[in-house]
Design a protein around this ligand. Structure first.
Ligand code: HEC
Ligand code: HEC
Ligand code: HEC
Ligand code: HEC
Ligand code: HEC
Ligand code: HEC
Ligand code: HEC
Ligand code: HEC
Ligand code: HEC
Ligand code: HEC
Ligand code: HEC
Length: 441
């Protein structure tokens, strides 16, 4: 009986799974998957010879609730393999049935001259299907006909299902739920699983077409390949541990850019909640997780969870992998183009010598930002502000300014209309927006 023939494949597949599976959870789901595929492919096979016993068996095995799910399923997998004309397997087309069957006029599939896959390897290259380091479960089990119709099909490559992803997820059911329920699916995954996985055999784990840390991704993301190798300031994250997968999920996640965390900040803090060592000079980098925990007044973009508004996670040519330049030193000749800050803040607060509205850091209409920053030996923002988080003073003013190896306390005091500070640079000086103060030298 056909049913028995199918079952033979089915049983040998199960045996192979048991053999190869070290994950017991995997086994349970795969077992169910295989049954599903048997039933599904049978019902969707166009060939009229399809034997009824299998259909009956599968109906008996399939819980009734699953029926509506199936309709929905097909709606997320529009056919993409359907051919205008039926694809006919050349040996079948010859009508010499004895190329595969014992009988000249076979009535079923249990009189094969030899078992699948050896039957197929009479003509097809075994090495091409099983010759690489990793062999796909059903191929290793010799279950070619789980995916292919040996005679003909309406789909390319004689496949039994009209969409590759439907074929794959008929066994990998967890991935079907994933495709249905995940917000941001990687476009090549939505398109076809075999963009990255070979259905038969490959040299990389999970039958991937390239090393999953980086090379696979860079096959398609050629611009990234160029970027990460040519930027001056490279990010260690790309070359350690899981490479691109430190931050991205290859199939997709609920988040934009398929990041592996609720926010970009969460992804960064997976590594930056401890001290990291900078590649370029061996310097110890600040423990950002700790800094944020201890300083509750977070800078706007960090409140939004988006470190990548300022840093390029793939590296950059600027200081600290910033997306736009920022001066590297305490003093710097002022140049508007040198400040990433003006991506969000109005440059007027530094550029205009006199103002009544560009900034609150003014003494009457004298712009104190201008005085401090806008000159040949201007102080950069880091003299007074922290860019990540603070707790002691408002306006992200730092408790201490780092000058060379020394930290000077700035001793800021805010008033309703101004403020004052007394860093080591000068004695306490005042500014007042309403009643300008004359500071003694
Ligand atoms: C390339 C090898 C090959 C050739 C050639 C071939 N068959 Fe088959 N046939 C198979 C295999 C393998 C099965 C078992 C399919 C399965 O288990 O899903 C099968 C199953 C069958 C079945 C029962 C299941 C079904 O698909 O309905 C019939 C009937 C059948 N073949 C008829 C024929 C006839 C008639 C010819 C010649 C015109 C022929 N086959 C030529 C490989 C072949
Ligand atoms: C008697 C020789 C022969 C046997 C046995 C045979 N094939 Fe083929 N098969 C061919 C030829 C010839 C082609 C067309 C040339 C090619 O693609 O290599 C082909 C093509 C195919 C294709 C590609 C079809 C397409 O249009 O892209 C698939 C899939 C396939 N065979 C699967 C199988 C499977 C599965 C078996 C075993 C059940 C099998 N073949 C057994 C000769 C054979
Ligand atoms: C898990 C499903 C699956 C199994 C099992 C499977 N194949 Fe395929 N096969 C595919 C898919 C999908 C393609 C289309 C690949 C593409 O378009 O690049 C394909 C393509 C082919 C082709 C035509 C293209 C090529 O790569 O030459 C042949 C021949 C083939 N398979 C033979 C086999 C043989 C023989 C077996 C059993 C040893 C087998 N397949 C088992 C899914 C499968
Ligand atoms: C007939 C059921 C079936 C179909 C259809 C099927 N697979 Fe599989 N797949 C398996 C089995 C069984 C394993 C082996 C599981 C194991 O070793 O734990 C496997 C393993 C895998 C693995 C490795 C998973 C791991 O954890 O090691 C990947 C990746 C994979 N399949 C992708 C695909 C893709 C892509 C397709 C569609 C072209 C596909 N599968 C179609 C049954 C199937
Ligand atoms: C953009 C490339 C890409 C595409 C397309 C893709 N995968 Fe994967 N897949 C991967 C990578 C990379 C891994 C390895 C993940 C890891 O290292 O843990 C993987 C792992 C897997 C695994 C084993 C681990 C797991 O997540 O369960 C399965 C099963 C799998 N993929 C199935 C699929 C299916 C089904 C599809 C189509 C719906 C698909 N993949 C499409 C890249 C891809
Ligand atoms: C440290 C975490 C991290 C690593 C490692 C990482 N990415 Fe990203 N990637 C991100 C973040 C965060 C975004 C969103 C960027 C943004 O908003 O500017 C992103 C965006 C992207 C984008 C889409 C937007 C763009 O910049 O083109 C692609 C494509 C991308 N990454 C590919 C890769 C590849 C390929 C690798 C490995 C070579 C990789 N990423 C490694 C965090 C990372
Ligand atoms: C088969 C080609 C292919 C492979 C392999 C591939 N990608 Fe993509 N990826 C694309 C395409 C196509 C897009 C959509 C267009 C674009 O944004 O460039 C995309 C988009 C992305 C995006 C942006 C998603 C968004 O939400 O905007 C990220 C991030 C990404 N890929 C990361 C990766 C990573 C990480 C890998 C390796 C695990 C990888 N890609 C492997 C083709 C690929
Ligand atoms: C997988 C771990 C990992 C993740 C995730 C990670 N980083 Fe890093 N990061 C490192 C390592 C290791 C270094 C030190 C090596 C180096 O110089 O790049 C580093 C260095 C840095 C530097 C200093 C670069 C320099 O030249 O001084 C910045 C800034 C940075 N990371 C920002 C981020 C941001 C923003 C994110 C989130 C998008 C992030 N990192 C995610 C591991 C990681
Ligand atoms: C508003 C822009 C901005 C945002 C948002 C931002 N950073 Fe930074 N980051 C900077 C600037 C500017 C520097 C350079 C500071 C300096 O050299 O004085 C820097 C430096 C760093 C450094 C190196 C610190 C050291 O020890 O030298 C790390 C690590 C870092 N940032 C990580 C992050 C992480 C993680 C996030 C998100 C939680 C983040 N940054 C968000 C602007 C930003
Ligand atoms: C991506 C946009 C963005 C960038 C780039 C940016 N900021 Fe901000 N900044 C904000 C937002 C939003 C706020 C308001 C929320 C808050 O108080 O943090 C803010 C607030 C501030 C404040 C405090 C305002 C107040 O009165 O409390 C200071 C100081 C500041 N930023 C300095 C800087 C400096 C210095 C840079 C350059 C290193 C910079 N910012 C870059 C978005 C940005
Ligand atoms: C000498 C110290 C000092 C320097 C250097 C400095 N700031 Fe400020 N900044 C202040 C003080 C003090 C305030 C608080 C003003 C108030 O509200 O009374 C302030 C306030 C701000 C604010 C809040 C809005 C406003 O203007 O009142 C922003 C944004 C800001 N600074 C950005 C910057 C940027 C960008 C730089 C570098 C280009 C910079 N600051 C350099 C001391 C400084």
């Amino acid at each position: 009986m056909k049913f028995i023939a199918k079952h033979k494949i089915f049983l040998s597949l199960i045996a192979a799974i048991m053999f190869s599976s070290f994950l017991s959870g995997c086994f349970a789901t795969n077992e169910k998957k295989v049954e599903e595929v048997v039933s599904e492919t049978t019902t969707s096979t166009p060939s009229q010879e399809s034997a009824q016993p299998v259909a009956e068996e599968s109906i008996a095995q399939t819980p009734q609730e699953s029926a509506p799910v199936k309709t929905e399923k097909s709606s997320i997998f529009p056919p993409n393999l359907k051919q205008a004309k039926a694809v006919i397997h050349p040996p079948y087309e010859t009508k010499v049935c004895t190329l595969c069957h014992k009988s000249k006029n076979p009535k079923n599939g249990d009189d094969l001259i030899m078992d699948v896959p050896d039957l197929c390897y009479q003509c097809h290259d075994k090495k091409a299907k099983e010759g690489k380091k990793f062999v796909h479960g059903p191929v290793a089990a010799g279950a070619c006909t789980i995916c292919h119709n040996p005679h003909k099909s309406e789909n390319s490559s004689l496949l039994k299902i009209s969409n590759i992803n439907e074929l794959c997820t008929s066994c990998h059911t967890a991935k079907e739920d994933f495709l249905r329920n995940t917000q941001n699916i990687h476009p090549p995954v939505k398109d076809s699983c075999i963009n990255c996985h070979d259905p038969h055999t490959e040299d990389y784990k999970f039958q991937l077409r390239g090393d999953r840390k980086k090379d696979l991704c860079l096959m398609c993301h050629v611009d990234k390949q160029e970027w990460i190798t040519t930027v001056k300031n490279k990010h260690g994250a790309i070359n350690i541990e899981k490479g691109c997968q430190n931050c991205h999920d290859p199939h997709g996640t609920g988040q934009p850019k398929m990041i592996k965390g609720d926010t970009i900040k969460d992804v960064c803090l997976k590594c930056h909640s401890k001290t990291q060592i900078r590649d370029e000079d061996g310097a110890k980098l600040i423990n950002m997780g700790k800094l944020l925990k201890e300083n509750p007044d977070w800078h706007g973009p960090i409140q939004w969870g988006d470190c990548a508004m300022c840093h390029n996670p793939h590296g950059s040519n600027n200081l600290r992998m910033l997306k736009k330049p920022f001066p590297t030193t305490f003093y710097s000749a002022f140049d508007e183009k040198n400040y990433i800050c003006f991506e969000c803040h109005d440059a007027g607060k530094i550029k205009n010598e006199f103002t009544t509205d560009d900034t609150n850091f003014r003494n009457g209409n004298v712009n104190m930002h201008f005085i401090h920053v806008n000159k040949k030996k201007g102080r950069t923002c880091r003299a007074c502000h922290d860019f990540h988080a603070t707790k002691d003073y408002p306006h992200h003013l730092k408790k201490k300014t780092h000058f060379g190896k020394i930290n000077f306390p700035i001793r800021y005091i805010e008033t309703p209309t101004g403020g004052s500070c007394a860093p080591a640079c000068h004695a306490r000086r005042y500014y007042d927006r309403e009643k300008p103060v004359k500071n003694l030298k």
